[in-house]
Design a protein around this ligand. Structure first.
Ligand code: HEM
Length: 374
């Protein structure tokens, strides 16, 4: 018996040593950093360059928000029924086609900002878009450390039109579009945690930089709380016309604000699609589940992003370079109701469990400032 125990202990020690040796085996890159795979070394100079020169020294600002949005607009160009290369960089390589899609209004700014980096380094546009998104999000306190896989080949064709969801779309249409790309309704909600670090420039071009929650530089759960506040009735849909600010791209707005539902917080914008998804029976309970579950939100966002980032790619051909992505800081605040709001302002939508009880931020109600453009 004693002998058996001793051999078990010895085996455990040997296994632990063997496992930790396997886990800690790393290569040292010419630039001095270490990583598990030598082929990931090419990423460190790019990391330093984009942190300094694309993300203003490592901020969670407009370029990070736009880079995260770009990961989606490139990847979702994938359909189980219509084809499309997914996360292949076609939004840059075939920008003359894809940037003319109405749903890509405003995306040209970040494509213009990222293209010189793609040209400067030996990296495909598809890899660069997902790498910049993962690095950018790591600048947002509270974000998960996203997976990053390297090795997407160059895109061969533009994505078919009509694959990017728009804020005036119905929940039926949004869920059907995501299902056609392989995502469940729970994964749609998880991906929308991205709107925690987001703002709109063109939904209403008269108020650019309008954030979707009160903390657009922090990847926290406030987005899921604030979208559940009672707002005014969602506006009826207004026909889209080609109009307004930028002559080359149609925008959402005509005489009213298509795709926009009024947020009860001054300065904040609520997309109609986010407001509806927060209240639909298929998505409301998952939406509510994130309100006080930062870790669950992080984990599910990370998993859904990992899936989205390789849409259309063969995972077996990609190299795991996730350890190049910086580790984000944690959040320091707790989920709360904005000043002047009470639990009576919450519009209960999940039918199986109550919205968590939250305390109200002290002080008078203030206006949420716009995200500055750089
Ligand atoms: C139902 C699906 C979605 C719809 C209808 C939608 C729609 C929009 C719209 C209309 C904007 C504002 C664009 C502007 O006026 O500047 C926006 C911004 C943004 N979206 Fe989404 N989105 C969806 C899903 C996603 C997903 C899955 C991601 C990423 C994983 C994402 C990331 C972002 C980010 C980060 C921004 C902020 C960009 C900035 O601040 O410049 N969105 N989205």
């Amino acid at each position: 018996m004693a002998l058996n125990l001793l051999s078990a202990l010895l085996l455990a020690t040997v296994t632990t040593r063997f496992t930790s040796a396997a886990i800690t085996k790393r290569v040292t890159c010419p630039t001095g950093e270490t990583t598990t795979n030598a082929e990931c070394c090419v990423l460190f100079p790019i990391l330093d360059d984009i942190q300094a020169n694309l993300f203003d020294g490592g901020e969670c600002g407009e370029e990070v928000h736009e880079s995260l949005r770009l990961t989606f607009h490139d990847a979702i160009g994938f359909s189980l029924s219509q084809g499309g290369g997914g996360a292949d960089g076609s939004i840059i390589t075939f920008g003359s086609v894809e940037l003319a899609f109405a749903a890509n209004a405003g995306v040209d700014d970040i494509v213009d900002a990222q293209t010189p980096f793609v040209n400067k380094y030996n990296i495909s546009a598809g890899d660069f878009i997902q790498f910049a998104g993962a690095v950018g999000v790591s600048n947002c306190p509270g974000a998960p450390r996203l997976e990053f896989l390297l090795g997407r080949p160059a895109a061969t064709a533009a994505s078919p039109a009509g694959l990017i969801p728009e804020p005036q779309d119905s929940v039926d249409s949004i869920l059907a579009r995501f299902a056609d790309a392989g995502f469940s309704s729970d994964e749609v909600v998880a991906l929308l945690a991205s709107h925690s670090v987001a703002a709109a420039d063109l939904v209403d071009p008269t108020i650019p930089g309008s954030p979707f929650d009160s903390t657009p530089a922090v990847f926290d759960t406030q987005f899921f709380i604030e979208t559940q506040l009672k707002g005014t009735a969602f506006p009826g849909l207004i026909a889209i016309s080609t109009c307004c600010r930028e002559t080359t791209h149609p925008v959402f707005r005509t005489s009213g604000n298509v795709g926009e539902a009024e947020s009860p917080l001054a300065g904040e914008m609520r997309l109609q699609s986010d407001g509806l998804l927060a209240r639909d029976s298929r998505t409301a309970c998952t939406w509510q589940s994130f309100v006080v579950d930062q870790t669950g939100m992080q984990n599910q966002f990370k998993a859904a992003m990992a899936k989205m980032a390789i849409l259309g790619q063969n995972k077996a051909n990609l190299i795991d370079c996730s350890d190049v992505i910086p580790v984000p800081q944690g959040v320091t605040t707790t989920p709360h109701l904005p000043a002047n709001k009470t639990m009576d302002d919450i519009e209960q939508a999940c039918s199986t469990s109550r919205f968590p009880t939250l305390t109200t931020d002290p002080g008078p109600a203030t206006s949420v400032p716009p995200v500055p453009s750089s």
